[in-house]
Design a protein around this ligand. Structure first.
Ligand SMILES: *Cc1c(COP(=O)(O)O)cnc(C)c1O
Length: 382
């Protein structure tokens, strides 16, 4: 039996044992509703607020600036729809890029159907957006800019600090989807000029179904989930107490492990590349040569196609992806690779490998050998 190797951590990660342990009491004894005034409620409330404090400290923000949501997707929706609705008196123009996650792109498309105008900035062949292009796209009626911090398909890291500088003092809100970058990049929101930032627990060994949105002081968002007064009236609904506790524990872990991760993912990446070089298969790395998230390795194997590769990889016990989890399973070309204008044979043969907790050099060497064999077989059978 071949050992399976999970190289799809950009899609989701396993819950770390330490996270599971932290969550356990809130699934059993401490099941209270944080809004209840009795002791069960108070225990749950203390856990939620303690978790908020941990994450606030990590991001260097005030606890009340964090809103817990049901996912990274919901945080993106809340930021974009909330900012658009709250500022519609001032303008209806929004700027984003062609290389965003669908949680941002489809939200912008929804707003376009509802009276807003959206500019989708191009990216270059490395997936990078140009700050000068953003500057040129600004209009007097621009109310919001949303740009991903680290791309989930190719890993490219956008110049968020420079973009924030440009937008500062312009009365334009700046949102960044930091779901992939969160826990890997040092994000110091006391310094970084962004108004809204999304993150998600399950990409950093936390549980699924919990995300957060940072909302800078003074930023008004229209809520779009109505009900109780949870999260300071910004997101109704009983809090996911075990999820929030798990999120905080995952953040602690990420803070402790950040440096180790960069070193380890660097080694894993190098090991795969060297194995492929030794086996003399053709491959191209997609994304930026320097500004990239260390856990994402997007590679094209010309002469193969993504769909067939993924099927064969799966049979060989290797879990990888075609880019975004949402578009895998369909023959659709990745919108990010399309935006990068890679040539057809390259974008039709791209595979995303993404590393995480538990991956070893031995594992990725083994995977790389199997991958090289598959590439040779597929090309030989043509
Ligand atoms: C995974 C991901 C999301 C969505 O987060 P969920 O918690 O899965 O809804 C949004 N943006 C990026 C960049 C992601 O990688």
């Amino acid at each position: 039996m071949m050992m399976s190797i999970y190289l799809d951590h950009a899609a989701t990660t396993p819950v770390h044992p330490r996270v599971r342990e932290a969550m356990q009491p809130y699934l059993t004894d401490h099941f209270g509703n944080p809004s209840s005034i009795h002791s069960y409620g108070r225990t749950a409330r203390a856990a939620v607020e303690g978790s908020r404090d941990v994450i606030a400290q990590f991001l260097r923000v005030r606890p009340k600036q964090l809103v817990f949501t049901g996912s990274g997707t919901e945080a993106d929706n809340m930021a974009i729809i909330g900012a658009a609705m709250a500022n519609r008196e001032r303008g209806n123009h929004i700027i984003t890029t062609r290389a965003e996650h669908h949680a941002v792109l489809h939200t912008c498309e929804f707003l376009e159907e509802n009276g807003f105008e959206v500019t989708y900035l191009p990216v270059d062949e490395t997936g990078m957006v140009q700050v000068s292009a953003l500057e040129q796209a600004l209009r007097p009626n621009t109310i919001l800019v949303s740009i991903i911090m680290g791309n989930n398909e190719v890993g490219t890291i956008q110049p968020i600090a420079s973009i924030g500088q440009l937008l500062r003092d312009k009365q334009i809100l700046f949102h960044t989807d930091a779901v992939q970058a969160f826990g890997l990049l040092q994000i110091d929101l006391a310094e970084l000029p962004v108004d809204l930032l999304s993150a998600s627990a399950h990409k950093i060994n936390g549980p699924k179904g919990v995300g957060l949105l940072y909302v800078a002081g003074g930023v008004k968002l229209s809520p779009f989930i109505f009900g109780g007064s949870q999260e300071r009236n910004r997101r109704a609904g009983t809090e996911n107490v075990p999820g929030i506790v798990g999120f905080a524990e995952a953040v602690k872990l990420a803070a402790e492990e950040m440096e180790n991760k960069w070193a380890q993912y660097g080694r894993l990446r190098q090991a795969m590349i060297e194995t492929w070089q030794t086996s003399q298969i053709d491959f191209y790395i997609n994304g930026h040569p320097e500004q990239y998230l260390p856990h994402i390795l997007n590679v094209s194997f010309p002469g193969t196609d993504t769909e067939t590769m993924l099927l064969n990889l799966d049979l060989a016990g290797i879990a990888a992806a075609s880019g975004s989890a949402c578009s895998s399973g369909s023959l659709e070309l990745s919108h990010v690779l399309q935006a990068m204008c890679l040539d057809e044979s390259r974008s039709r043969s791209a595979i995303r490998f993404s590393f995480g907790w538990g991956n070893t050099v031995e594992q990725v060497n083994q995977a790389a050998v199997r991958i090289a064999e598959i590439v040779k077989q597929l090309k030989g059978s043509k």
